[in-house]
Design a protein around this ligand. Structure first.
Ligand code: NAD
Length: 483
């Protein structure tokens, strides 16, 4: 039997009042159970929120640089367990072990970075127009914040919300996605061991449809940071808008890579493959549309298909595997549905398109990296987020059409271009509708010290990561002091 984890409330691991648990399984082999977690109830959530409320004033009274030392210590503790946590992540979420180790390393960096931000939790001094008046700003924490996270970056996303929330002096209640909660538990263990006071960080597991509303609507909650699908994000915003609760939503993408005719085809195909298929396409920043200048379209596509067919799909723990499984049966079905929809819409599969059931892959949720051509921009596979290893390739007449098509979706998370033309590069930077604007690199793959977030339907516009992340988790106060 797999280990059963409790909720973390007021510094203790506790069972849910439901008396029930749910299991996570390995998406590469569904016969392997990973762990069991609490099926939480609204009263469990209330207990977490109460614990957070009781601890927050004392926590915020600790000087920010001292709060930072706890985050830095937690980074060290997490780093020591990199191998274990990465292996658990691969077994629960499916990504390759190299990707999982990279993600743990990034989370360690995020904790160190925001630990350091404790000493830089600054306001400004601003000259007053009146003599003898000293005027300045400083930051106040918001109070209790609610964090809702998805499964696809099961350690990085919880950490990139928890760390700025805590350094700003807030107390937290977090609910990780049910497909992959184990990494959040490891982060809590590290922060707890590093000396985080009781009640400052609380976690409940369970279905968003059952406990999400309390996490969003409880009057104690002063801010909500959510990463996940547009559908759930929009439903949260409807509930919080009328109440004036600060709401940060980071949602889906339909990210383009534009390839201009001067591009090095070897580099361009590597960039598109990395963006489209690594992490099984389960990244909000994944490339799902490649817009290729018509002069190079055939050569580009031939090389792309050739390289894509060589990708090894399998259990992410095995050496040499490039692409792991879909996270669960639902996600796999969604991807297979979109493959069928694309065909019905009249697009052509030029690579992949099938579930893989051979060579021991019958117990997992494996799908071949899939490429569609003959795609028009009004098709659903060109407009909707699929969140799997599926790419549409479209020829374009030139730069202007590439930009027009790139922008012709509701999303605006990330975008990339492959070219050596300086003027085109800056035209692209100025015209592309995306929060993350990338040149000669894949649309996915960002760094923790730079602001992260989208535009249009992808985001509410508050940025995560980088020093601006604390803007969401704090509020400025302005002081006029006559001396
Ligand atoms: P999801 O929207 O199903 O769930 C996200 C979180 O919200 C989970 O913890 C879930 O349990 C919770 N939730 C579900 N219903 C809720 C409700 N009614 N109230 C409150 N919380 C609720 O998303 P997912 O399937 O876990 O993740 C995949 C999605 O996340 C994709 O759309 C992807 O693009 C997006 N994503 C975006 C970013 C980004 O930064 N823009 C990063 C990663 C993933």
């Amino acid at each position: 039997m797999s280990e059963i984890f409790g909720n973390f409330i007021n510094g203790e691991w506790v069972d849910s009042s439901s008396g029930k648990t749910f299991k996570s399984v390995n998406p590469a082999n569904i016969e392997e159970e990973i762990a069991s977690y609490q099926v939480s109830t609204v009263s469990d959530v209330k207990a977490g929120i109460e614990a957070a409320k009781s601890s927050q004033t004392d926590w915020s009274a600790i000087p920010a640089p001292q709060r930072g030392t706890i985050l830095i210590k937690a980074a060290e503790l997490l780093e020591q367990r990199t191998e274990q946590i990465a292996s658990e992540m691969t077994r629960e979420e499916g990504k390759t072990i190299a990707e999982a180790k990279g993600e743990v390393g990034r989370s360690v960096n995020i904790l160190r970075y925001f630990g350091g931000e404790g000493a830089r939790f600054c306001g400004e001094t601003i000259p007053s127009e009146r003599a003898g008046v000293f005027s300045y700003t400083f930051r106040k924490p918001l109070g209790v914040v609610s964090l809702l996270t998805p499964w696809n970056f099961p350690i990085a996303i919880p950490v990139w919300k928890i760390a700025p929330a805590l350094i700003s002096g807030n107390s937290v209640v977090i609910k990780p996605a049910s497909a992959a909660p184990i990494c959040t538990i490891r982060v809590i263990e590290a922060l707890n061991q590093a000396g985080l006071p009781k009640g400052v960080l609380n976690m409940v597991t369970g279905a968003g449809s059952v406990i999400g509303d309390e996490l969003v609507s409880n009057p104690v909650i002063k801010a909500i940071s959510f990463t996940g699908s547009c559908e759930v994000g929009q439903s949260i915003q409807q509930k919080t808008a009328s109440k004036g609760v600060k709401t940060q939503l980071e949602m889906g993408g339909k990210n383009p890579t534009i390839v201009l005719k001067d591009a090095d085809l070897d580099l361009a195909t590597d960039i598109v493959i990395n963006g489209a298929f690594f992490s099984t396409g389960q990244k909000c920043t994944a490339t799902s549309r490649a817009l290729i200048e018509k002069e190079i379209f055939n050569d580009f596509v031939a090389l792309l298909v050739d390289k894509t067919k060589k990708l090894k799909v399998g259990n992410g723990l095995e050496q040499g595997v490039d692409v792991g499984p879909c996270v669960d049966e639902n996600q796999m079905k969604t991807v297979l549905d979109y493959i069928e929809i694309g065909q019905k819409e009249g697009a052509n599969i030029i690579c992949g398109g099938q579930r893989l059931m051979d060579e021991g892959r019958d117990k997992g949720y494996f799908i071949q990296p899939t490429i569609f051509s003959g795609v028009s921009t009004d098709m659903r596979i060109a407009q909707e987020e699929i969140f799997g290893p599926v790419l549409a390739v479209l020829p374009v007449e030139g730069f202007e059409q590439a930009i027009a098509l790139a922008n012709q979706v509701k999303f605006g998370l990330s975008a990339s271009i492959v070219t050596n033309q300086l003027n085109r590069t800056f035209d692209y930077i100025n015209q592309i509708e995306a929060g993350l604007i990338i040149v000669n690199l894949p649309s996915a793959g960002v760094e923790y010290q730079l602001p992260f977030g989208g535009t249009k339907a992808s985001s509410t516009g508050y940025r995560e990561q980088g020093s601006v992340a604390t803007d969401f988790y704090s509020e400025l106060r302005t002081v006029y002091l006559k001396y």
